[in-house]
Design a protein around this ligand. Structure first.
Ligand code: NAD
Ligand code: UFG
Length: 337
C-alpha cells in the first residue's frame, strides 16, 4: 500500500477518489486551499470510509508549504486535482487561471523533484481534443488547440509533463482525460456542490429538481445530433474515482508518460440526461430551449479502449444510476455540503 498526496482532494472528483483510495488501503494526505470546496467534504470522506487521514490547508502556489509536506511525509505518488475549472470564468480571468493551474503545477513538480517523488496522475480533460477532431476521441489525436484559457491550461500542463519525462526518464506520469463526471457517492453523503449558479448541466438539473432553479435552459436544439441537443460522454464520478486507483497502481509499477481517456464510450444528449433525472426523482422538470452557448460542440465522447487495455478499467454505471445517485445526494443535501 502506498502513501498518496491528493491535491484538490476536498473537491468534487478528489473527494470521491479519496474514498476509493482509503477503501483500497492506501494512506492519503489531502492538500487543498478550499478555494472551491468546503471542510465538510473531508468529514464526509471520513464518515464514509471510517478512516482518518492527514489534511494540510495550503495552496499549490506555495512552494515552501509543499516542500514541508514532502519533508514531513514519505510520499509515493501524487494525484493532482487542484485547479480552477470554470470555462466561462477562465475567459474573464485568464491570468488567474494560467497562474493558478500552470504555475501551481510547476511548483508541485519542483517540490516532487526535490524530494525524488516522480510519480504523478494528472487531472486532464476531454477539452484537450479541441474542436477539430472527429468523435470518438482517441488518445493519439492531436491536442494542441482549445477554445478557452481553462482548456489551454490542460493542453499546456500535459505538454509540461511530457517534457519533464523527456528530460528525466525516472518519471512516471498518467494524464487522465476525463469526459463529463456526474453523479455522487451511493451513500448520498458526497456529491458535487458548486458555488453560485451552476455552469454545468448536471448540478443545474439537480437544483431544478429541488426547486432552487425554476427551469433548465437547454443550450441549443439545432445541433446535428439525434434530438438536436449536445451529446456528451457522462461518467459516474465513482467510476472515475476507481479509474484513479488503477492509474495510481500503474504509476507505482511503470515509468513513462501515458494519456488515458476516462469515459464510457457512450454519448447522451441534454434531453436524455434530463429525462433520466426525471425518472430518478419521480417528477417532471421544466426546461426551455435557449440559444447555443459559445464554445460548445455538438458531440463529445471517448474511445475508452486504452483504459481497458492499460488498466483493465471500464465504466460500470449507466446514466440511470448516475441520476439516481445524484438525486439522492441533492435530496439529502439541498443546500450542498
Ligand atoms: P473542484 O473545483 O471541485 O476541485 C478542485 C479542488 O482544487 C477544490 O477543492 C479547490 O479548492 C482546489 N484548488 C484549486 N486551486 C487550488 C490551489 N491553488 N491550491 C490548492 N487547492 C486548490 O473540481 P473537480 O470537478 O473536482 O475537478 C478536479 C480536477 O479535474 C480539476 O483539475 C479539473 O480541471 C479537472 N476536470 C474536471 C472536470 C469536471 O467536469 N468536473 C472535467 C475534466 C477535468
Ligand atoms: N447545457 C445546457 N444547459 C446548462 C448547462 C449545460 O443545455 O445549463 C448543455 C451544454 O450545452 C452541453 C451539455 O449540457 O451540451 C454539457 O455541458 P456541461 O457544461 O455540463 O459540460 P461541458 O461538456 O460543456 O464541459 C465539461 C466540463 C469542462 C470540460 C469539458 C470537456 O465542464 O471542464 O466537459 O471534458 F473541459
Amino acid at each position: 500500500m502506498a502513501t498518496i498526496l491528493v491535491t484538490g482532494g476536498a473537491g468534487f472528483i478528489g473527494s470521491h477518489t479519496c474514498v476509493e483510495l482509503l477503501g483500497a488501503g492506501h494512506e492519503i494526505i489531502v492538500y487543498d486551499n478550499f478555494s472551491n470546496s468546503k471542510p465538510e467534504a473531508l468529514e464526509r470522506i471520513k464518515k464514509i470510509s471510517g478512516k482518518d487521514f492527514r489534511f494540510v490547508e495550503g495552496d499549490i502556489l506555495d512552494l515552501d508549504a509543499l516542500d514541508k509536506v514532502f519533508d514531513e511525509n514519505k510520499i509515493d505518488a501524487v494525484i493532482h486535482f487542484a485547479g480552477l475549472k470554470a470555462v466561462g470564468e477562465s475567459v474573464q480571468k485568464p491570468v488567474e487561471y494560467y497562474h493558478n493551474n500552470i504555475t501551481g503545477t510547476l511548483m508541485l513538480i519542483k517540490a516532487m523533484r526535490a524530494h525524488d517523488c516522480k510519480r504523478i496522475v494528472f487531472s486532464s480533460s476531454a477539452t484537450v481534443y479541441g474542436v477539430d477532431n472527429p468523435v470518438p476521441y482517441v488518445e493519439t489525436m492531436p491536442t494542441h488547440t482549445s477554445t478557452n484559457p481553462y482548456g489551454y491550461t490542460k493542453v499546456m500542463i500535459e505538454q509540461i509533463l511530457q517534457d519533464v519525462y523527456t528530460a528525466d526518464k525516472d518519471w512516471s506520469i498518467v494524464l487522465l482525460r476525463y469526459f463529463n463526471p456526474i453523479g455522487a457517492h451511493k451513500s448520498g453523503l458526497l456529491g458535487e456542490d458548486p458555488n453560485g449558479i451552476p455552469n454545468n448541466l448536471f448540478p443545474y438539473i439537480q437544483q431544478v429538481a429541488v426547486g432552487k432553479r425554476e427551469f433548465l435552459g437547454v443550450f441549443g436544439n439545432d445541433y446535428d445530433t439525434p434530438d438536436g441537443t449536445g451529446v456528451r460522454d457522462y461518467i459516474h464520478v465513482m467510476d472515475l474515482a476507481n479509474g484513479h486507483l488503477c492509474a495510481v497502481d500503474y504509476v507505482l509499477a511503470h515509468k513513462g508518460v501515458e494519456a488515458v481517456n476516462l469515459g464510457t464510450g457512450k454519448g447522451s444528449s441534454v434531453l436524455d440526461v434530463l429525462h433520466a433525472f426525471e425518472k430518478a426523482c419521480g417528477k417532471e422538470l421544466p426546461y426551455k430551449i435557449m440559444p447555443r452557448r459559445a464554445g460548445d460542440i455538438a458531440w463529445c465522447y471517448a474511445d475508452a479502449t486504452k483504459a481497458k487495455e492499460l488498466f483493465g478499467w471500464e465504466a460500470r454505471y449507466g446514466i440511470d444510476e448516475m441520476c439516481e445517485d445524484g438525486w439522492r445526494f441533492i435530496e439529502q443535501n439541498p443546500n450542498g455540503l
